[in-house]
Design a protein around this ligand. Structure first.
Ligand code: PEP
Ligand code: MN
Length: 338
């Protein structure tokens, strides 16, 4: 249920609505809208029909049932697109945001070299993993806090905000103390304890779609973060697992227009993990711009042949620079800016 307040409803009227909802054993979230407040009712209290009486309270315009199981992520609840600010970068306001950097932070030279190159080429956010989710326990697991320190150093040197993955609930506060955006990776998309934990942090969350997650399940995962009070969620399509083996995953580009119809959250595309091969990254990036993505996250490494993770899908700096030029052209053609 959604309680739409009149445009000139007062704070006292709002408080009364919230009190009444609680008295029916439901929870609620107050969401500011362009034309006044809306209150999203959550939980499984007894007697949904009783909520209809809220329509009698002063200041309430109407009570609307919501059909989607994700309430806060739904476009039914909030018609205006969510945009969020990370330092002076705005994500979701129409401008295309490019995040780029290595898969893993490996050492200072590698990170600084990559940060300089992606900044020069026009990326506005630096990516890099300090805690890495690897299929093999014997593969490089990331530098941990040392990697976070290097990311913070690169940020202060180049003025790029940083996005980095958090793998485990117990590391959330540590990662949040260094990162500008917390990435929850594909493998953790249904780690509900982790989702709740990042939902309680005051940092934007980049939530990747799982490789076997339907769009409805994906939005339910976003709902976990929103329901804890963190409204700054960025979705990311990064390829799903299909019968096709020619690419690492299959980039589900149709997810972008479909999600845009269902949610107000910004959606970016990761062509690197979808393709698994640097050669396919440029065409997939341009296709993502064409289908209306709010941004891209791309892996770049100065020496991909020496990379400790995901070398085969990483662009070299000069390839990334050329791709940025093409992205600008494509964005222009779509009536957008980078
Ligand atoms: C990554 O960004 O390096 C990563 C591991 O991504 P994903 O969770 O999409 O596999
Ligand atoms: Mn990677």
């Amino acid at each position: 249920m959604l309680i739409v307040m009149e445009e000139k409803a007062t704070q006292e009227q709002m408080d009364e609505v919230v009190r009444t909802i609680h008295s029916f054993s439901y929870g609620c979230h107050v969401i500011p809208g362009q034309k006044g407040w809306v209150v999203g009712v959550t939980g499984n209290g007894k007697g949904k029909h009783r909520l209809q009486v809220l329509e009698c309270l002063p200041g309430v315009e109407r009570v609307v049932p919501i059909s989607s199981p994700y309430k806060l992520a739904s476009l039914e609840t909030k018609k205006e697109k969510t945009f969020l600010k990370v330092s002076d970068v705005v994500i979701g306001n129409g401008r295309l945001v490019v995040m780029a950097g290595p898969c893993s932070v490996e050492d200072e030279t590698q990170l600084m070299e990559t940060a300089r190159a992606v900044k020069e080429a026009g990326a506005s956010i630096l990516r890099g993993g300090a805690f890495k989710p690897r299929t093999s326990p014997y593969a490089f697991q990331g530098l941990g806090e040392e990697g976070l320190k290097l990311l913070a150093k690169a940020r202060s040197h180049f003025g790029l905000p940083v996005v980095t993955e958090v793998l485990d609930q117990q590391d959330v506060d540590l990662v949040a103390s260094y990162a500008d955006i917390l990435q929850v990776g594909a493998r953790n998309v249904q780690n509900f304890a982790l989702l709740k934990k990042v939902g309680r942090v005051r940092k934007p969350v980049l939530l990747k779609r799982g490789m076997m997650t339907s769009l409805e399940e994906y939005l339910m995962s976003a709902e976990y973060v929103l329901a804890e009070g963190n409204r700054d969620v960025i979705l990311c399509e990064r390829g799903i697992r299909t019968f096709e083996t020619a690419t690492r995953n299959t980039l589900d580009l149709s997810a972008i227009p479909v999600l845009k119809e269902k949610t107000h959250l910004p959606i970016i595309v990761d062509p690197s993990h979808a393709a698994g091969n640097w050669k396919y990254v440029p065409p997939l990036s341009l296709a993502a711009v064409a289908v209306g993505a709010d941004g891209l996250i791309i892996e770049v490494h100065p020496w991909p042949e020496k990379a400790l993770s995901d070398g085969p899908q990483s662009l070299k700096p000069d390839q990334f620079r050329r791709l940025m030029e093409d992205i600008r052209q494509m964005a222009k053609w779509m009536g957008r800016e980078v």
